[in-house]
Structures are given as C-alpha cells and as structure tokens.
Design a protein around this ligand. Structure first.
Ligand code: SF4
Ligand code: SF4
Length: 67
C-alpha cells in the first residue's frame, strides 16, 4: 500500500489542461474551467498524476502524521 499523500497544485504553473485528472485511476482530481480540485478520500497515493503533469505543477505532502 503506497504512503498516503495529499496532492498539492502549484497554481502559478497549472494551466488546467486536465491531464492529471485523465490519468488518475480513482478520479481523485477534477479539473474545471477555472479550478483544480483534489478529493483526499479517493486518492490511493499512486503518484501517477505527479509524474504525468507536463509542467511539474503537482507535488505530494505526506499524510498520516497527526499533530
Ligand atoms: S496536468 Fe498539470 S497543468 Fe494539467 S491540469 Fe494537472 S496539474 Fe494542471
Ligand atoms: S496520487 Fe494517484 S490516486 Fe492520488 S490523485 Fe494522483 S493519480 Fe490520483
């Protein structure tokens, strides 16, 4: 089981092409005309989206360490 992560978008780089949403196996990302949306409950931490973004706009933050 991959580490649980939160996927974060760099809005200065993202041009809302929808590529990440298209490759996510669990539909944990939705890209709309003016915003990028992440659904934590659906993400399985595979990082496919991070590798797929053509402009490197996505990064991962580890989850699970409670403060
Ligand atoms: S693939 Fe990258 S540029 Fe395209 S919508 Fe996703 S985060 Fe934005
Ligand atoms: S890490 Fe995998 S499951 Fe999570 S949003 Fe990216 S492609 Fe989807």
């Amino acid at each position: 089981m991959p580490e649980k992560i939160r996927v974060i978008v760099n809005e200065d780089r993202c041009y809302l092409c929808g590529g990440c949403a298209g490759v996510c196996p669990t539909l944990a990302i939705e890209v709309h005309a003016s915003d990028w949306e992440f659904f934590q409950d659906r993400c399985i931490g595979c990082r496919i989206c991070i590798n797929a973004c053509p402009v490197g706009a996505l990064s991962a933050e580890p989850l699970g360490v409670k403060e």
